[in-house]
Every structure is written in C-alpha cells, then in structure tokens.
Design a protein around this ligand. Structure first.
Ligand SMILES: [Zn+2]
Length: 265
C-alpha cells in the first residue's frame, strides 16, 4: 500500500515538473495539461480563472484562447484557413474586405427565396438536407446565404444608426467579422412564419435532430451566448462538414470551442 502511494507521488511530481517547465511561474500550473495550452497566455488563464472560479481549467484555457477574457473586437486576428470548411469567423477572427470564397454557387430555387449563394460543398449538402426534410413533410428554405463585406458594412451601419453600437453589436456582426462572408452559412425559415420565430417551428426540431448529418450546426445556441458573442439565433446554420458537426454534437461544443481545442494548431 505504502509502495503504491510512493509511486503515485512520483508520477504526480513528474507531471507537475513537466508542466512547470513550460512556465516561469513557480506556482503549480493546472492549465498546461491540455494540448491547446499556450504558455504565453498563462497569466491570462490565471486572471480569467480568478474572475470565473466555477469554470473548469479546460474551459478557462479554451475561452482565453478564443479571446473571451478581453472585450469583443480586441486583439483581432485575420482568420487562417480561407476557403476551408473549418474557417473560423467570430468577434476576434476576421476576413479581409476583399475576401470572397471560391466556388460560390446559387442554391436551387426550390429551397431558397431568391438568389442565395453558398460554397459548392455546402450548397450540395444544404439542398440534400432541404430535399430530405421536404420528403418527411418539413419546409427548409434559405433566406440568406453568402454576404459580401460591403453588404455587411451597409447592414451593420444601418443597425448602428437605428440602435447604437452597443445594441447593434449584440445581434449584427461588424464588417469582416460576419460568418456569412465565409459562404458557409444559411439563415433559414419554413416559408410560413417569420425567421425570428423559427425556433418555435417543427422544422427547427427537425434541424436539431438532423442538421449534423449533413454537416450543418446551429452556430449561436441558447445558453452559449457568452462564448459565441451572439444572442441565440435559431435560424443561423453553419456548414462545417459531417465529421466536425458530429463531434461537436457529441461533445456539446460551439464551433469557437471546437476550433480552439482541435483546429488551432
Ligand atoms: Zn445569419
């Protein structure tokens, strides 16, 4: 029994020393066991944990890596992975004003309310999803897809004029930060009630049960507002591919969290 205890202590020491090697701080470092730990952010992890003591170390590292310990739109970075289905767009990662994704294609008018564009792969999967939904008695219709930087600039400026910056920032992205610019996003409705009520429709429930099978995820879920930086949007779906969508569902992660844990290498 004593022997086992000794072995445990030795293992603990190895782990602790291994971790503290990564930092200049003498204190035990509980954050470094995660593969996505960044030693240059250690002080920020410590500060964030002090302010959010109920968060696990895993969540502290993830959220600081997103940038959530600082106000929205500070320390912003140009997003990498342009033209990839796992491109990240949020209030810390932006696209340049001239970024237009390759392979934009028009969604079949059977499943949209006009000239709506998506990147090829997302367009194929969206149409298949809408078709399968239709066969089961559900109506899924794209009412917004790709939006250019200039379009978003006009939209955002209009909201700011109407509501002020603070309010506009809660529901509209600043130009360059809109996920619609990726060409991987659709806003949908059911062609009978206004899109803002989509969360109350049977189609919404169908999407919750099935969207991931086609590679789509609800991007701004209820209860995750502080992580996504957006109010809940039942109508806004992001294409990430089937593999990522399935894993996100299994682990109950937003795309921001998933990105930091698995894609931010
Ligand atoms: Zn949207």
């Amino acid at each position: 029994m004593k022997k086992y205890f000794l072995i445990l202590i030795i293992i603990f020491m190895i782990v602790t020393v291994g971790c503290s090697k990564n930092s200049n701080l003498e204190n035990k470092n509980p954050f470094c066991e995660f593969s996505y730990y960044k030693k240059e952010l250690l002080q920020r992890y410590i500060n964030y944990k002090a302010k959010n003591s109920s968060l696990s170390e895993e969540d502290v590292v993830t959220q600081v890596n997103i940038g959530l310990d600082q106000p929205h739109y500070t320390n912003t970075k140009r997003t990498p992975f342009l033209n990839k289905i796992y491109i990240l767009s949020n209030k810390y990662f932006y696209m340049d004003s001239d970024y237009v994704p390759d392979d934009l294609e028009q969604i079949n008018s059977l499943y949209s309310n006009g000239n709506r564009l998506l990147v090829h792969e997302a367009r194929i999967q969206f149409e298949q999803m809408a078709k399968d939904a239709k066969n089961q008695g559900y109506t899924i219709r794209a009412m917004s897809g790709y939006r250019s930087y200039q379009y978003q600039e006009n939209l955002y400026n209009r909201y700011v004029t109407e509501d002020g910056v603070t309010s506009a920032d809660t529901y509209s992205a600043r130009p360059g930060f809109s996920e619609h610019q990726t060409g991987l996003v659709v806003d949908i409705d059911n062609n009978s009630s206004i899109y803002t009520s989509f969360g109350d429709t049977k189609e919404f429930q169908w999407m919750m049960d099935n969207a991931y099978k086609y590679g789509f995820i609800l991007r701004y879920p209820k209860g995750k507002e502080t992580i996504t930086g957006y109010t809940y949007e039942a109508w806004h779906y992001r294409y990430v591919g089937k593999e990522i969508a399935g894993q996100m569902r299994k682990e109950n992660l937003t795309f921001d969290e998933y990105y930091m844990r698995y894609l931010d290498i």
